[in-house]
Design a protein around this ligand. Structure first.
Ligand code: FAQ
Length: 333
């Protein structure tokens, strides 16, 4: 009887072997991470690692394509042909970034349709920053300077993300983001150096509205960031939310001085002891409200994406029909 109770059936044996194998694989995986190896799509990985990457990469992809909307709004109203051409190229780049990132997420076994369904149904997140309105032309320059500037600060470390397909996509994205940041800063510099008093005031007003939302882009404080610890241990994130935010403030304040604008933070001051700028308290209630779907433009942004998806159905159908025709032709040849 005792031996009967202790004996295991074929299924249990298989489960035990499986879990012993998983343990071994998991240890080998952790050792590779500790050694700084890059993980490729076909390598074994823990389910939690895979899910964390799908979450972050798909959110990132959604941010890129939703991020086209606030700027796209100004293409027809750009003040000169040169600025229109630059803005068109930039918005197109953001669409391209979305595509690289959806492809990177697909290597983890999730389909683009699944990811888009999550975006359209409001289940998936995208960056809080794109739920703020673009009220003047200066907002376009400020998005380049601050929003792309914050994006680069956050994304350069992702070029060393342990998941190689994401890291590779980020290398190209960061090069393009760097151009985006510079064109924004340059357009603001022109307005601040050669503009009228009204144009200068417009730039300052845009900085006042975008400063705090830009700091929120880095995510909650480390102590309130549920994903950071594990993501840092796995080398998905290389620098914490707070450290990146601080690096951004330290890099940006001298640029604001050159530009001749101030940031709307009465508590901002240089701390000679730490050699960092100290900044005031971020309104985290506002951040969570926007992340939760109740920002100034959340509904409008989502509605625009859903409309574009619905209206593009015939294009997708035509492209698929064309591809299958070509495939049949190629097979016959
Ligand atoms: N907005 O535990 P953590 C661009 C969520 S740049 C909305 O710290 P994690 C370029 C977070 O997902 C913008 N939600 O999370 C461009 C999590 O929720 P979950 C996109 C946010 O992942 C420029 C919860 O809060 N960049 O698009 C935000 O470790 C101009 C707890 O947070 C990227 O996505 C937020 N700001 O760290 C395009 C970069 N922050 O998922 C057009 C890649 C946090 O558990 C025009 N992503 N949450 O339900 C990352 O580096 C990370 O995912 C963080 C968040 C740092 C964003």
């Amino acid at each position: 009887m005792y031996t009967q109770a202790m004996s295991v059936g074929p299924q249990e044996t298989a489960a035990k072997v499986q879990s012993a194998e998983d343990k071994q694989r998991s240890e080998a995986f952790e050792a590779r991470i500790d050694a700084g190896d890059f993980i490729e799509a076909k390598d074994w990985m823990p389910e939690h690692y895979r899910k964390t990457l799908v979450r972050q990469i798909s959110q990132h992809a959604h941010s890129e394509i939703v991020g086209m909307l606030p700027e796209g709004n100004w293409i027809t109203r750009a003040p000169t042909l040169k600025r229109k051409a630059i803005l068109l190229a930039k918005v197109q780049d953001e669409g391209g970034h979305g595509l690289y990132l959806y492809s990177a997420a697909e290597t983890l076994g999730t389909s683009r349709d699944q990811m888009l369904e999550a975006l359209h149904s409001g289940k998936a997140k995208y960056s809080s920053i794109f739920n703020y309105p673009t009220l003047s032309w200066a907002d376009i320059g400020v998005i380049g300077w601050l929003v792309d500037g914050a994006a680069i600060m956050n994304q350069v470390p992702l070029c060393r993300c342990s998941y190689a397909p994401y890291a590779r996509a980020m290398i190209r994205i960061c090069r393009e983001e760097s151009f985006h940041q510079r064109q924004g800063y340059e357009s603001l510099l022109v307005m601040m150096q050669n503009g009228t008093a009204e144009q200068k005031a417009m730039v300052q007003d845009a900085v006042n509205r975008w400063w705090w939302p830009s700091l929120m882009m880095f995510g909650p404080e480390d102590k309130d960031s549920p994903n950071s610890e594990q993501s840092m241990r796995w080398g998905i994130k290389r620098i914490s939310n707070d450290d990146l935010r601080q690096k951004f403030v330290d890099a940006t304040i001298p640029q604001a001085e050159v530009l001749g604008v101030t940031v709307p933070d009465p508590d901002l001051k240089w701390n000679a002891a730490t050699e960092h700028y100290q900044f005031g308290r971020i309104d985290w209630a506002e951040f969570w409200r926007v992340v939760g779907g109740d920002g100034p433009c959340n509904r409008e942004r989502l509605a625009a994406r859903v409309k574009a998806w619905d209206e593009g159905e015939w294009v997708r159908e035509a492209a698929l029909a064309h591809a299958s025709k070509q495939a049949t032709k190629a097979q016959a040849a």
